[in-house]
Unconditional design. Sequence first.
Lengths: 111, 111
Amino acid sequence: MSTNPLLKGTLQTIILKLLEDNAEMYGYEITQKVKEVTAGEIMLTEGALYPALHKLEADGMLETFTQVVDNRVRKYYRLTEEGGREVITKLEEARSFIDQLQALLNLKPAV
Amino acid sequence: MSTNPLLKGTLQTIILKLLEDNAEMYGYEITQKVKEVTAGEIMLTEGALYPALHKLEADGMLETFTQVVDNRVRKYYRLTEEGGREVITKLEEARSFIDQLQALLNLKPAV
DNA sequence: TTATATACATAACAAAATTATGTATATAGC
DNA sequence: GCTATATACATAATTTTGTTATGTATATAA
């Protein structure tokens, strides 16, 4: 697992965005999707993911239902209406922050 | 001050990069530079900045000297040799992380 | 004389990770 | 049959790294 201090603060945004693109996902599926998209460079730890999902649910951003597949329980998450609005906000914040960070670190790709 | 959870993990990198570009800087100057470059969108809090500077110094990345200007003490920081190597690493990590994050959030600017 | 800017520092607290541990089933390899 | 690995969830202990609040002190503008 990539002990990535940079991950801090972005996990919620990542989860919300994935659920915007994929109506329903379960926890383990999210870890695999992130691993796949980032070619293994970002590996979510369970200790971070599950509490984050629980918090988003408690905050009314996600709703859940369970399903049993192969005798194993899966807990599916989907965006609530409020969660749908929150993604927009979070994505704009992330976009803006990345912009500022690139400016500070001189990482702006030459246009 | 922008209570910015996204800042987590990037403060050290920002400090090191600024000191790569400007041989010598003091704490307050760093806060002003960040504020200037980000058009006021990122405001470093003193409670985050000074401990971060002290830690980087303790870790051998920065060295200091003081100077009195207008009866006020300034504590200047500059990169050590090790600090110079560390900037390279941290910048590469940041660049890579921003890449992965943009991929996950579908924020990749169209090329 | 009062507010704001400059300049540092640290303590109390909170958020959000990592690390470690636990439970349980399915499957592939030996 | 046994063992390792993958799937699937959860939580407690700890660490990292911020915010918020507070303190000291000088210079300057209103």
